[in-house]
Design a protein around this ligand. Structure first.
Ligand code: MG
Length: 385
């Protein structure tokens, strides 16, 4: 039996993970959970899975839980340090890293530093600190298995391949809810429309990122570090059915692809059971029902964040940090109804174009670049909207 910690246990990936762990009962035991502010869901998780340590974002929530569970043998802690303590908990065998945004970076690094197996769903960590994470994993012996569906697909295609034989890796994107809209129609997109993803059920931030296609841009940078690829080896295809998750072109002309039903439980389960496989609880993929698999090029003029991400991917250095920070700030402003949907890409594009590249070798330099870009983006929002 393997012990599991989940960073971000009350989010979409966290809850899906617990469902799988529950169904695969004999294989895993939940020992540690880190959540944000959703104490209600965390309480049900504590009662069902009986972890030994849990962490929440705020002190007052932790104190409330301590009173409630004072007779139980669960340690209750809080803040970033609390999440890091959950990540480093000595009994962990596998850590699922599923906190959204750069908030997941420190706990992810703590998990990587512990040398355990990491099921990585927090793509922003790889975007802002890919090189640092890979170096740390190399030293600690940590094994990073992607949870992101496209990257899980690439990982599975590459399982028995040599990296020097890989010519190109293509990540597919559903295109989100607005792929067919004209630029004019995109002017009036509401928050509710942006949160209705046609294929995937996900958290709010990644759903908005999927509507702007920024999600795919972040995933290109994530793939660069996960698989040690050059920017020119990475591409995107729009595939509205979301059945083919990625394609890997080999030097001899063969193209390997990974297909599966559109459900995050499949890549989560694979990351947990890797290198073995367990029976799926979902119905089989029936291609005779799907019938058609379409592929289109992404319209980078309409979805300009793909361009911004490409630029950040190719420039490297602090560019991906600026891209991510500007996007996190702009998406928050959109979720709070302070800006319109189309403003997200305008703001991010402008910040990336204005960005002055710096070298970022340490965690402090990463957080400095992140903080400076957030400030710059906040100021831009204040001036303009
Ligand atoms: Mg994905």
């Amino acid at each position: 039996m393997e012990n599991i910690a989940i960073l971000g246990s009350t989010g979409s990936i966290g809850r899906n993970s617990l469902e799988i762990i529950d169904k695969l009962g004999h294989m895993f035991r939940v020992v540690a959970l880190a959540a944000g502010r959703n104490t209600r869901i965390l309480e049900t998780q504590i009662e069902k899975f009986r972890p030994k340590i849990v962490s929440l974002e705020r002190k007052e929530d932790a104190e409330g839980l301590r009173q409630k569970y004072e007779h139980e043998s669960v340690r209750i802690t809080f803040s970033q340090e609390g999440a890091e303590e959950v990540a480093r908990f000595e009994e962990n065998d596998i850590i699922i890293s599923a906190i959204t945004g750069i908030n997941g970076l420190r706990p992810t690094l703590a998990a990587v530093d512990s040398g355990k197996k990491i099921a990585l769903a927090n793509k922003e960590s790889m975007v802002v600190a890919g090189s640092l994470i890979q170096n740390m994993a190399h030293e600690s012996g940590a094994q990073i298995i992607p949870v992101d569906s496209e990257h899980s697909g690439v990982f599975q295609c590459l399982a028995k391949e040599r990296m020097e034989n890989v010519k190109k890796v293509i990540l597919t994107a559903s295109g989100g809810p607005f792929f067919w809209k004209s630029r004019r129609e995109m002017e009036n997109i509401t928050l509710e429309e942006a949160l209705q993803h046609p294929r995937w059920k996900m958290g709010k931030k990644v759903t908005v990122d999927s509507s702007t296609l920024m999600n795919k841009g972040l995933e290109l940078i994530e793939a660069r570090w996960l698989f040690s690829l050059e920017p020119r080896q990475l591409g995107i295809l729009i595939h509205p059915q979301s059945i083919v998750h990625s394609l890997v072109e080999m030097c001899d002309g063969s193209v390997l692809a990974q297909l599966s039903p559109t459900d995050m439980k499949i890549p989560i389960q694979y990351a947990l059971t890797y290198p073995s496989r367990e029976n799926s609880l979902l119905p089989s993929l029936d291609l005779s029902q799907v019938k058609t698999l379409d592929f289109f090029e992404a319209d980078v003029d309409k979805f300009s964040l793909i361009k911004a991400a490409r630029l950040a991917l190719e420039e490297g250095g602090s560019f991906p940090i600026a891209l991510n920070a500007a996007n996190e700030v702009a998406v928050s402003a959109f979720l709070e109804r302070r800006i319109k949907f189309i403003n997200i890409s305008e703001v991010v594009m402008e910040i990336v174009e204005r960005h002055q590249k710096r070298e970022v070798l340490s965690l402090e330099e990463i957080f400095d670049a992140d903080r400076d870009t957030r400030l710059m983006t906040q100021n831009l929002l204040k001036e303009r909207y």
